[in-house]
Design a protein around this ligand. Structure first.
Ligand code: ACO
Length: 402
């Protein structure tokens, strides 16, 4: 592939491929997807096995370092992360500058970008040691930043991390707990969130991961690259879809629950209405992550007391779509985020926080790709070509002649 690419470059030929539908920008050993067969594997391990038997912290290690950790490696990795969960006190004041109802995604990306001002050594040329400490800091601090973005939005005091707790438990406590009050983490809730994080942890060259790689290819530091990835994730066609699904389900419920009428609107492409949470660039079959989530959605919603009317609408939408030629002929199936919003809501998160949860889950994947890219001798600065279709050369026209 690379040799052919180099040869084509010499001929001056340019391929036009909007959205990179057919163009690979790198080779990667991290995640394998077969979109026609609905297969997803991290480092060779099927997502179904990881979902059932692994944990988010173990999956993070696997994605970043390439192998499942031994017990000693996992203990060391966990301890290192626990040691770095605190934010610099000055960083806490950073949150005061945002308006009370600030959307948490730009708060998250701004705070991550600001981390490089607190750790200025990361602005020096990349070394393995600096990459390692930046990796640990990000994994440790993103949950703290996310919890503070939430606390800010609800006007509640920040909690320091409790480093006797695991990563997910600590995040839940900092989000839903209060200072000086005991907070017992519900193990079912923690396990469900851990599972959702595993399912979001990597998805090869999606929009946000490609953004992380593109920004990193200029040798921008890891914090700057991840901050850019968070912004890419914010869009409703990507990570923002999980919030958009819930808004769509509520909209259908509030206008009488008529699923057929909504699907008709989608099929007629009225006002650009889409069935959010459906369709995928790579999966032309059922998204294996959605299959796992659907299986657990009933169980988790039963336990957490989710809104059955919205789950009912979601199920009816899916049933309708899977039997409708519009969706069948275009191979549109539910993607990972069709059911996640319902679960996040049952857990107590507000709709605009859902995409932050996606970012927490995707972080190890972004880091793994950034590290793979910086070690790959084939890496060059990302610089797509274009096909120019603007005006031919013309002479400048003075103001009074326009
Ligand atoms: N609802 C209705 N029609 C759709 C949908 C949808 N959700 N998705 C695709 N289509 C239609 C398109 O209109 C197009 O129809 P046409 O041939 O008549 O023009 C056809 O299916 C092909 O779709 P494309 O837009 O070419 O597919 P693409 O690969 O560019 O887009 C995407 C993929 C962005 C995910 C798209 O399916 C979409 O917008 N889905 C809704 C948003 C969503 O759920 N995003 C989350 C993605 S997964 C993730 O990031 C976790």
């Amino acid at each position: 592939g690379f040799e052919l690419g180099k040869l084509l470059a010499k001929t001056g030929m340019v391929t036009l491929d909007p959205g990179f539908v057919n163009t690979a920008a790198c080779s990667s050993e991290i995640t394998y997807i077969d979109g026609d067969a609905g297969i997803l594997r991290y480092r060779g391990y099927p997502i179904e096995q990881l979902a059932e038997r692994s944990t988010f912290i173990e999956v993070s290690y696997l994605l970043i370092y390439g192998e499942l950790p031994t017990q000693a490696q996992l203990a060391d990795f966990t301890k290192k992360i626990q040691r770095h969960t605190l934010l610099h006190e000055d960083m806490k004041r950073f949150f005061d500058g945002f308006p009370r109802d600030a959307h948490p995604m730009p708060v998250l990306s701004s705070a991550v970008s600001a981390l490089s001002t607190f750790y200025p050594e990361t602005l020096k040329p990349v070394t393995d040691d600096l990459t390692e400490i930046a990796t640990i800091r990000l994994l440790a601090k993103l949950p703290t930043i996310a919890a503070y973005a939430y606390k800010k939005s609800v006007g509640q005091p920040f909690l320091y991390p409790d480093n006797s707790l695991g990563l997910v438990e600590n995040f839940l406590r900092m989000t839903f707990g209060f200072p000086a009050e005991p907070y017992d983490v519900d193990p079912d809730l923690a396990r469900a969130l851990d599972l959702l994080f595993i399912l979001h942890a990597d998805h090869e060259q999606n929009c946000s991961t490609s953004t992380v790689r593109l920004v990193g290819s200029s040798e921008a530091n890891l914090f700057a690259s991840i901050s850019a990835g968070i912004n890419a994730l914010f869009g409703p066609l990507h990570g923002g879809a999980n919030s958009a699904v819930l808004e769509m389900l509520e909209g259908i419920r509030d206008s009488g629950g008529d699923v057929d009428a909504f699907v008709k609107k989608v099929k007629n492409k009225e006002d650009g209405v889409k069935l959010m949470g459906f369709g995928h660039r790579v999966y032309k079959n059922y998204d294996p992550r959605a299959a796992i989530i659907k299986k657990t959605a009933d169980e988790i919603l039963g336990k957490l007391g989710g809104d059955d009317s919205l789950l009912d609408i979601a199920k009816r939408l899916e049933e309708h779509a899977l039997a409708d030629d519009y969706f069948v002929s275009r191979k549109l199936y539910p993607n990972v985020d069709f059911y996640t919003g319902l679960i996040y809501r049952a857990m107590g998160f507000p709709t605009k926080f859902f995409t932050v949860l996606f970012a927490l889950g995707r972080l190890p994947g972004w880091i793994a790709h950034w590290r793979e890219m910086t070690h790959d001798p084939a890496t060059k600065i990302g610089r797509p070509r274009q096909v120019y279709i603007g005006p031919k050369e013309r002479d400048y026209v003075p103001m009074d002649g326009r």
